[in-house]
Design a binder for this molecule. Structure first.
Ligand SMILES: [Zn+2]
Ligand SMILES: [Zn+2]
Length: 274
């Protein structure tokens, strides 16, 4: 039987999360998840870069509410290994570094997802970073920032959803694996391998016309370059999408050649058969 992992999900502690942690856990048990990783949003790039929130409602995960609640559940829960993690939004603005360092020192997340959501003062989610730019330019800017994010001055375990802009891109062909991007991608993938980081395979990819992100040819390239450390994440923001497309994704990954997923937990790595 498959050992199911879903490492990078959001509960209602995240401003855009839909279901509370107990509802999510009940669903995780129903699905018989062995490892359930919560990675609430800590988008302090929004803070340092003065990025406006939708409807003007500035909202952040309250770590003082989230971590104690997740830790308590972690202690009492016997069936599911719960990981209390964090997703940190990268920015090249150095003002964010002490904010993340303080968060990490104070709450010691079980794992950290390092994600690029924004470019300058715009989140790809709002489609504004694409304005007036062809795909080569917009994706090129994004990949340059992803490469910089790998040098983040705070610890992280997982490189989150490479290809994130493709979820929202206005281009007919949303793929990011073409000849224009091979050089940048190889640089990113070899750096992930050299640093011992984990490449996230993120199944929240409906808008990108892909089964998951990064696009499968990029994951295939990672394997060819020697990359073996991957995680699988639904990036669910509610119980309904927990472990979404987990089995189809595992089948594609096995076909590429992967034999296990890596679950990061407090600086250790746990290898779970795919
Ligand atoms: Zn994200
Ligand atoms: Zn996320």
């Amino acid at each position: 039987m498959d050992i199911l992992t879903d490492v990078h999900t959001h509960t209602a502690f995240s401003p855009d999360g839909q279901d509370d942690i107990d509802t999510m856990l009940a669903r995780a048990k129903e699905l018989r998840l062995a490892w359930w990783g919560i990675a609430e949003h800590f988008d302090y790039d929004y803070l340092t870069d003065n990025i406006p929130f939708d409807d003007g409602a500035a909202q952040f995960t309250d770590p003082e509410a989230y971590f104690p609640a997740a830790r308590a559940l972690q202690q009492s829960e016997k069936e599911v290994h719960i990981l209390a993690g964090a997703e940190l939004g990268f920015t090249r603005n150095r003002a964010v570094v002490p904010l993340y360092r303080n968060l990490i020192a104070r709450y010691r997340p079980d794992f950290i997802v390092n994600s690029v959501h924004t470019q300058g003062t715009q989140d790809y989610y709002y489609r504004t970073p694409f304005r007036g730019k062809d795909k080569k330019t917009a994706y090129g800017e994004y990949l340059a920032l992803v490469r910089e994010s790998l040098d983040a001055d705070y610890p992280y375990d997982i490189v989150g959803h490479i290809g994130y802009p493709a979820r929202y891109a206005p281009y007919a062909d949303k793929s990011m694996d073409g000849a224009d991007f091979i050089g940048a991608l190889d640089d990113i993938l070899t750096t992930i391998i050299a640093r011992g980081k984990i490449l996230e395979v993120n199944t929240s990819a409906a808008g990108a016309d892909a089964p998951f992100l990064p696009f499968p040819p990029i994951v295939r390239r990672y394997f060819a370059l020697g990359g073996r450390e991957i995680s699988i994440a639904s990036d669910a923001h509610g119980a309904r999408r927990l472990a979404d497309k987990r089995r189809e994704t595992a089948a594609i990954l096995k076909e590429i050649g992967f034999a296990f997923v890596t679950v990061p937990c407090r600086g250790e790595k746990i290898y779970v058969e795919l």
